[in-house]
Unconditional design. Structure first.
Ligand code: ADP
Length: 226
């Protein structure tokens, strides 16, 4: 179990995360939603050990980082390495033997080309392949569906289902509620750095409704669209 206890984070005077206490179990998919700036990426970066923080993050592992796969929203990939070299580097850093990348090239990426020739979506897919290759137990996917085509969305959704079957703990953020409600076991709503709501599958519809009401209020009436 991955446990966050009173996780808090500040940038100077700005409180970005405030007393987040959450548990994430193996074999479950967790969706994290919230407006831009709610703190989703910061929470992920804290879990990935990339940010200092207050509070504790505990797991059954001696070194959580060695068991954690993290797909960033906009993965940084060096320009002058090929897709193939990027994947090889992922394997070397995790001390796993090089796999047959062509056989595992589920997104049909041009692995012999330099990453600088890749589009944003292609870079994301390459980074996603890297996460899969590293065979970690805890997977964080920050906006995995944004910027990639519909075919890739279908593949990524299936891969996430496979991760559940393999007993991995998966945390996903998305701006699109329906992509999470289809996939997740639990959805957590972050608002201004705090957990403002959590819902299990049978409560997703109510959560979506209350989010809609909070977001829209009487804005549509005020617009008076005709
Ligand atoms: P989300 O992923 O939910 O959109 P973020 O975690 O990226 O939100 O950002 C949360 C807040 O923290 C925002 O107000 C953002 O401007 C701020 N923030 C993020 N990173 C930094 C940083 N390195 N320095 C200062 N403020 C930051």
């Amino acid at each position: 179990m991955l446990e966050l206890n009173n996780l808090s984070k500040r940038y100077g005077n700005l409180k970005v995360l405030e007393d987040i206490t959450l548990n994430f179990s193996p074999g479950k998919i967790y969706g994290i939603v919230g407006e831009n700036g709610a703190g989703k990426t910061t929470m992920f970066r804290c879990i990935a050990g990339l940010e200092s923080h207050q509070g504790t993050i505990s797991s059954p592992y001696l070194c959580l980082r060695n068991h954690l796969g993290y797909l960033e929203t906009n993965p940084m990939i060096m320009s002058l390495i090929t897709g193939w070299e990027y994947l090889k580097l992922q394997c070397i850093s995790k001390k796993i033997g090089a796999a047959n990348f062509e056989a595992q090239n589920i997104f049909n990426l041009p692995l012999n080309q330099y990453a600088e020739t890749y589009s944003t979506g292609m870079k994301k897919k390459l980074a996603f392949m890297g996460v899969l290759l590293r065979k970690n137990d805890i997977i964080i996917l920050d906006e995995p569906f944004s910027g990639v085509d519909i075919q890739s969305n279908i593949i990524i959704t299936e891969m996430i289902e496979e991760m559940r079957r393999l007993g991995k703990t998966v945390l996903i953020s998305s701006h699109i509620f329906s992509t999470l409600s289809d996939t997740c076991d639990e959805i957590i709503l972050l608002s201004k750095g705090k957990v403002s709501n959590t819902a299990q599958k049978d409560g997703f519809a109510n959560l979506e409704l209350s989010m809609k009401q909070n977001i829209l209020g009487n804005k549509l009436k005020k617009l008076n669209i005709q």
